[in-house]
Design a binder for this molecule. Structure first.
Ligand SMILES: NC(=O)c1ccc[n+]([C@@H]2O[C@H](COP(=O)([O-])OP(=O)(O)OC[C@H]3O[C@@H](n4cnc5c(N)ncnc54)[C@H](OP(=O)(O)O)[C@@H]3O)[C@@H](O)[C@H]2O)c1
Length: 293
């Protein structure tokens, strides 16, 4: 049964199917990814945004992406499909804080009906372990270790932090958690340089495909480092608005570009279900404009 309707698909020059039939039927098309660029993983980002570009209401209990997408079924299916495709998923610490304590970054958590299809694709077609590794970036190391992501057998969680963050996590008992690995990297005032994170994931963990699930602060750093290859964006048919004195992040936070080096993208596919649109973009070289306005 089809979950989404494909309106545009510009990525059809492939001889072999990538998805097993059950998933390509639900997705209404195939899903191919390029191989990773030299010396770093292929990086695919996935966000849901309102029509006016807001990705979080920043209201306690309603700050997550599911409030933005309205819990949309097809968005959840695509999220699961991208998770099933990835070796690892990376998130910033604030995104973790806004997810329910039971939340898991595994394919079937977002769309349980496709659990067997995701597993078949991941294990039998892609030959990957049952679940992707969850990578959390936190300079402070202040993470709630009672969360399910730190205590679910079979779910491997890697925390990339500073030496102060590692001390904090050790004090809280991270070393006693069997499926949690903590790595301290050099930092500048608590901020770890992105290239060192990518080097660690590529060289030490062999991550070929990394799924970026936010938030906007971490995503901005990836864009600035030219370390985003694709963006899957669910456009949700609502408008959140912003007041001048209240903070509601857009897709990117804490980073800005000038026109000469703003990231541009090529549209790869457009899918739709009811009022939602599901856009897939591939990064292109920056454009420069000589316009007076
Ligand atoms: N709509 C969507 O699709 C979507 C997707 C994802 C997230 N969200 C929402 O976005 C909001 C969170 O986004 P956010 O931008 O505020 O936060 P974020 O990017 O998720 O996390 C920021 C935190 O990550 C750590 N961090 C990021 N870069 C770092 C670096 N280079 N070195 C060390 N630590 C680093 C820091 O943690 P420490 O403070 O621990 O040092 C920082 O405070 C939430 O409301 C979430 O629900 C929405």
């Amino acid at each position: 049964m089809r979950l989404i309707r494909t309106l545009i698909d510009r990525d059809q020059d492939h001889f072999e199917p990538a998805l097993p039939p059950g998933l390509s039927e639900l997705y209404d098309g195939d899903l191919h990814f390029r191989t990773s660029p030299a010396e770093r993983p292929l990086i695919i980002a996935n966000f849901a945004s309102t029509l006016d570009g807001v990705v979080s209401y920043e209201i306690k209990g309603q700050a997550g992406g599911s409030t933005i997408s309205g819990g949309d079924t097809a968005d959840r299916f695509i999220m699961g499909l991208l998770r099933a495709s990835a070796d690892a998923i990376i998130v910033g610490a604030r995104t973790v804080h806004d997810v329910s304590p039971e939340g898991l970054w595994i394919p079937e958590y977002t769309y349980p009906d496709a659990k067997h299809l995701y597993t078949e694709y991941r294990v039998n077609v892609l030959h990957k372990p049952e679940y992707p590794i969850l990578v959390i970036v936190s300079g402070s190391g202040r993470l709630e270790l009672e969360r399910a992501i730190f205590r679910t057998p079979g779910v491997r969680t890697v925390v990339i932090t500073t030496s102060a963050g590692k001390d904090e996590l050790t004090r809280e008992g991270a070393a006693t958690l069997g499926s949690v690995e903590v790595f301290a990297l050099n930092s500048n005032s608590g901020s770890i340089a992105l290239p060192s994170i990518l080097r660690l994931l590529y060289s030490q963990f062999g991550i070929q495909m990394l799924l970026h699930e936010g938030g906007p602060t971490l995503f901005g750093q990836f864009l600035a480092a030219e370390a985003v290859d694709e963006l899957f964006l669910t456009l949700s048919p609502q408008i959140a608005g912003r007041r001048e004195d209240a903070f509601r992040p857009g897709l990117v936070q804490g980073m800005e570009f000038i026109p000469k080096c703003a990231p541009w993208f090529q549209l790869l596919s457009v899918k739709q279900e009811a009022e939602h649109m599901y856009l897939r973009y591939r990064r292109t070289p920056s454009r420069s404009f000589d316009v007076a306005n």
